[in-house]
Design a protein around this ligand. Structure first.
Ligand SMILES: Nc1ncnc2c1ncn2[C@@H]1O[C@H](COP(=O)(O)OP(=O)(O)OP(=O)(O)O)[C@@H](O)[C@H]1O
Length: 653
């Protein structure tokens, strides 16, 4: 560490100047939020100290009255946010304030467009926290001393937000952090007490730490005796003596932890502001629920569903979870034990009366109370979403578009709530043939045709591929709805969601197609007749494709295409094979079933072909075409092209 007074120069770890410039530009129209961010950090620092002091009281250094102070100096155009929380060491300052952003930043910032409205949403998702100070300041000084270290081990961090910062060791007698903003010339409004007070009450009323501002000194008043002129008229009224009232720090926020209040006493705006404090999100939440649970396990939960997904939501390793309080004392951030991974977008907090104050992540892991709360919270979120889905389809769609992919991990992770999660899923379907995923399984079941027993779906690489799959032909003809799935996770989802509402989910590309009672007797008879007629052709094709197919069948699913590939009931689906291959996994060899459409002109043509060589060529081409349509690639594409060319050439003769 440097000697006191010695200054060290550092560079920010990313393209900081650019990032800051973009951020300032994007957030400028809502610049006052910098104060919310800084007060929020200061309140967090107080919470952290209170928690640490549970096991080491001496960290309070005799001052357990934790508060945040906001003060302005008009003359020097500065604004100071000061806390007596946990503070930071020299190394922590470099770690926390020297990294403008976390991993994935470069990629994230490449998405910014220069359009202020769109960018501010993106930046909000990203969370700028401390650095929002640079929206209004051209220089920021941070002076901090960590709780429990010597006064001489304070640290000062200074930066103009242009890619570099300096640190030096300072003497700081009081514990905690002072953030001093040297306001830009045009931002004098933030050195005005009234303005500051109104921002603090607007954004920070609900946080549990007291935010104080200095009420200026009222000077003493000397007593004056009443004086009258000769006619008895008062020329000088009496003035009573008053003692000077010294300047005083007074709380300007309510400082009652919002979740401890009665629901009926909390306004929507207060819930929204509190969300921004706990989540570091800039946008309003989509919905929330606040509950006091009584009974065997007692706790309060305040759970929020965000409107926008954070930029790194798909990273399953990313920290997530709820803030945990025990008897109103902050214990930890990101307590992931209370939410399953597929609900990792849920933000908010829990306050438990049943956990010990010295609870650690390890204790939480294997704890009955944790399990009961997790179960309760999971059910609550699922219910909350189900209600939204029923009440407001438009809002639900906003949710689904942001978080649907994550929710699809649910049935695999949370078997017990499979049916409940199933109700929340939305898919594209042949009902509308649009890529928008807005069909629920309940809606599907409602629309099922008479005699239809299963829920049909197709999984493909893209929506277009799913929509145009030859396997859908007979379903379209009969007017049976099929769910069109094309998200990467869908195959995984469907392998865990095999039933809904007592109805089996059935892939249209798999196994024998049994449309059950939906085929009338006439159709069945016609099919049997065709099968007899084509018996020898099928045997011939089978011989021609020896070693390449498991079986050859007359298709019941095709109307327009000559042939298609079907996966045997117990084999791995084409989509799962592709998924495994894409992550470098070995895929067990399994032969497909080849189905031909006896009504198709090409198939009729082959059936009549007497020349064995020609017959083989046609069969191979039909087979390879079907493989291409289903799997997207061929083992030997060059031979396919040669064969096709040869056949086309023969047609020109
Ligand atoms: N007043 C403070 N006292 C102690 N530590 C602080 C203070 N302000 C900031 N920090 C530290 O600096 C870190 C970075 O703060 P910053 O506001 O940039 O991000 P954040 O609050 O962690 O999250 P987000 O980026 O989502 O806002 C904090 O996590 C905290 O460790």
């Amino acid at each position: 560490m440097a000697e006191t007074g010695q200054t060290q120069n550092h560079s920010f770890s990313t393209d900081a100047a650019k990032v800051l410039k973009l951020m300032i530009h994007s957030l400028y129209s809502n610049k006052e939020i910098f104060l919310r961010e800084l007060v929020s950090n200061a309140a967090d620092a107080s919470d952290k100290l209170r928690f640490k002091a549970l096991s080491d009281d001496s960290l309070f250094e005799g001052d357990g009255n934790l508060r945040v102070r906001v003060s302005a100096d008009k003359e020097n155009n500065t604004l100071t946010i000061s806390d007596n929380g946990i503070g930071m060491t020299h190394d922590q300052v470099i770690e926390h304030l020297g990294t403008i952003a976390k991993s994935g930043t470069a990629e994230f910032f490449s998405q910014l467009s220069g359009d202020q409205a769109a960018d501010s949403q993106l930046i909000g998702q990203f969370g700028v926290g401390f650095y929002s100070a640079f929206i209004v300041a051209d220089k920021v000084t941070v002076r901090s001393r960590a709780a429990g270290v010597l006064a001489s081990e304070g640290v000062e961090w200074v930066s103009a937000g242009e890619g570099e910062f300096t640190t030096s060791t300072i003497e700081k007698s009081n514990r905690g952090t002072d953030i001093i903003l040297h306001l830009k010339e045009e931002e004098t409004e933030f050195a005005d007490d009234w303005r500051l007070k109104s921002i603090v009450t607007k954004y920070s009323d609900h946080i549990s730490v007291s935010v104080e501002m200095l009420t200026p000194e009222v000077p003493a008043v000397e007593a004056v005796e009443e004086q009258k002129d000769a006619d008895g008229n008062i020329t000088q009224p009496a003035v009573e003596a008053k003692e000077a009232v010294p300047a005083k720090w007074e709380p300007v926020n309510k400082a009652t932890a919002l979740w401890t209040r009665e629901k009926a006493d909390v306004s929507d705006d207060e819930y929204k502001e509190f969300y921004k404090h706990v989540s570091h999100d800039f946008a309003d939440p989509l919905l929330w629920e606040h509950n006091k649970v009584e009974g065997k396990t007692e706790y309060t939960s305040l759970l929020y569903i965000p409107t926008k997904a954070p930029f790194d939501m798909y990273n399953r390793e990313k920290q997530h979870g709820l803030k945990l309080y025990v008897q109103r004392v902050f214990i930890m951030d990101d307590a992931e034990q209370f939410m399953p991974t597929y609900l990792r977008f849920v933000k908010g907090l829990l306050d438990s009366n049943d956990l010990p104050l010295n609870v650690s992540r390890e204790i939480l892991q294997d704890n009955k109370v944790t399990q009961a709360i997790r179960k309760g919270c999971t059910k609550r979120v699922l219910k909350m979403l189900e209600r939204l889905g029923k009440k407001d389809a438009e809002q639900y769609q906003v949710f689904w578009n942001e978080f649907g992919q994550v929710l699809k991990e649910g049935p695999a992770e949370d078997f017990g709530n499979k049916e409940q999660i199933g109700k929340l899923l939305r898919f594209a379907s042949t009902n509308e043939d649009s890529a928008i995923q807005n069909v629920s399984l309940d809606q599907y079941v409602e629309r099922m045709k008479e005699g239809q027993e299963k829920i049909y779906y197709v999984v493909a690489d893209s929506f277009e591929a799913a929509k145009n799959s030859p396997h859908l032909e007979v379903f379209r003809k009969k007017g049976i709805e099929v769910l069109l799935m094309s998200d990467r996770i869908d195959e995984w989802l469907i392998s865990h969601l095999t039933e809904f509402d007592g109805k089996q989910l059935q892939s249209v590309t798999r196994g024998g197609l049994d449309l059950g009672q939906m085929d009338d007797e006439e159709t069945k008879e016609a099919q049997e007749k065709l099968e007899q007629e084509f018996d020898s052709v099928v045997t011939r094709i089978k011989a021609s494709l020896e070693g390449k197919v498991k079986e050859v069948k007359l298709s019941q699913r095709l109307t327009d295409s000559p042939a298609c590939i079907v996966t045997d009931e117990n084999d791995m689906s084409s989509q799962m094979m592709k998924l495994m291959q894409s992550v470098g996994q070995e895929v067990p060899e399994s032969l497909p079933i080849f189905e031909i459409n006896a009504e198709h002109e090409l198939v009729k043509h082959i059936a009549d072909e007497q020349d064995d060589d020609q017959f083989n060529q046609w069969t191979q081409v039909l087979f390879e075409q079907a493989m291409l349509a289903e799997r997207g690639s061929l083992k030997d594409p060059a031979s396919f092209v040669t064969r096709l060319n040869k056949l086309m050439l023969s047609l020109t003769k």
